[in-house]
Design a protein around this ligand. Structure first.
Ligand SMILES: [Mg+2]
Length: 197
């Protein structure tokens, strides 16, 4: 079996619990069924900047209330010890992301935010991150919490995907749901036996 070389994490809802009310935010922005970043990027000025600022305001408010998930520091430590690349791919802004990483003392080998221009649910940010280190898809896994993460992994052709959620009905039956970071760590260790001492 191939060894694990990289774990690609999502941020919001995965590493940290953040009280986002996406239904309200989408309503206030008027996005309807279009993904938020696509919706905003297709607007004309001055509405584009106005809506982006509004999104940033919601994000900042929510991020201020973020709580680090239990078990994350231990999992990050394990990956670090084993020399496995820790990659963060998020649609959140660089400013918010850097604040959260600093506050929770989290370190990554590579961080892709929305300013890098590659957004989930496209698989492009995952592939770009792996390419940076010359890592094959089969030697990586995705850890996320939403359908965007699932879709992006699918598009990127990354088959090992762990979703931190207990809402089974939201996901296709093929998706592997984990309820806690401890459970996630055990699953990753089982999948890649080389991880165990
Ligand atoms: Mg998320």
């Amino acid at each position: 079996m191939r060894e694990l070389e990289a774990v690609i994490f999502d941020l919001d809802g995965t590493l940290v619990d953040v009280p986002y009310d996406w239904i309200l935010i989408r309503k206030k922005l008027g996005t309807q069924d279009v993904p938020i970043l696509h919706y905003i990027s297709n607007l004309e000025e001055p509405e584009k900047t106005k809506k982006l600022r509004l999104l940033e305001k919601f994000e900042e408010e929510a991020s201020n209330k973020a709580v680090l998930k239990k078990g994350i520091p231990r999992l990050m430590g394990l990956l670090e010890e084993r020399g496995i690349k820790k990659i963060l791919v998020t649609n959140n802004s660089r400013k918010n992301v850097l604040n959260l990483l600093k506050r929770f003392k989290l370190e990554f080998d590579h961080v892709l935010t929305r300013e890098d221009g590659l957004w989930k649910p496209s698989g492009a940010p995952f592939l770009a991150a792996l390419k940076k280190f010359g890592i094959e898809r089969q030697a990586s896994c995705i850890v996320g919490d939403s359908l965007f993460d699932v879709k992006a992994a699918e598009e990127a052709g990354i088959t090992k995907v762990f979703i931190l959620s207990s809402e089974k009905e939201k996901f296709p039956s093929s998706v592997e749901l984990v309820k806690s970071v401890d459970e996630l760590q055990k699953k990753i260790e089982n999948l890649f036996p080389g991880l165990e001492r």
